[in-house]
Design a protein around this ligand. Sequence first.
Ligand code: ING
Length: 303
Amino acid sequence: SRPITIAVAQMGPIPLTQTRADAVERLIGLLREAAQQGSELVLFPECCLTAFFPHWFIEDQAEIDTFFEREMPSPVTQPLFDEAKRLKIGFCLGYAEIVDEQGQTRRYNSSILVERDARIVGKHRKIHLPGHREHRPKNPFQNLEKRYFDVGNLGFQVWNAFGGKIGMCICNDRRWAETYRVLGLQGVELVLLGYNTPLQIPEYPELNPLVGFHNQLSMQAGAYQNGTWVLGAAKTGWEEGVEQLGESCVIAPSGEIRAVAKTNKDELIIHTCDLDETIPYKEGILNFDINRRVEYYQLITQQ
Ligand code: ING
């Protein structure tokens, strides 16, 4: 068996009044508690340094840019890296990234994978940006990720880290079968993701009662169909007038839900994931080499 003990660190709301330093303090608290309980890796949510700003229409680009990190680590986030290194614990951190690429300013919804020596060993930039580009003033809140972020340009990658093959995706990525399959084709054994998921879907309120079900369904299907662990960390609770789903969870390669968060606040779920639980699926029923019939799948990659 190849056990890895992971802490899924669910976070309650980050109000606009909370500074990045406040948020980092909370992250360090969760990290310390996770280390105390023997975790090697802590999974933090999507955009875990600030309020989830795509929920509001902001006119001024300079104001929008106040939610982004120009460097990682930066002086305000360095204490998290230092404490993690001292405790010999790795982490996965979601944040809004602003970067100059070939002379162009680019803005991504990003996450990094940091090993136990504080080295950044992987980065993902969210590819499936949900919501809408234009302001919808009639909606109780917005989802302007298409307006504020560029589509990620790093693909879906898998890294050799923590003794296994680790992949990342972010929030809406988890709803797309292709996300898990592209990771699965690279042998992923454990997918780390964070999410900010409102409990209301303004355009389709009849789906509101299913938000929790669809969250679990998406991750359970991805896990089973690709023989991988899938761990999801929520930013939950009432954040600036938007109530968000909690139910952070640990999903096994069998598709079973092994652990779910109980509260809508900061909460740790500690779970030891045996990466060898992937074997019966990867070698057997979901063995891509002997069972997959790619000659019939072309439509999937066409517009
Ligand atoms: N949020 C939501 C998510 O994909 C959403 C958007 C909510 C889409 C509910 C569909 C239904 O979980 C982010 N940040 O992607």
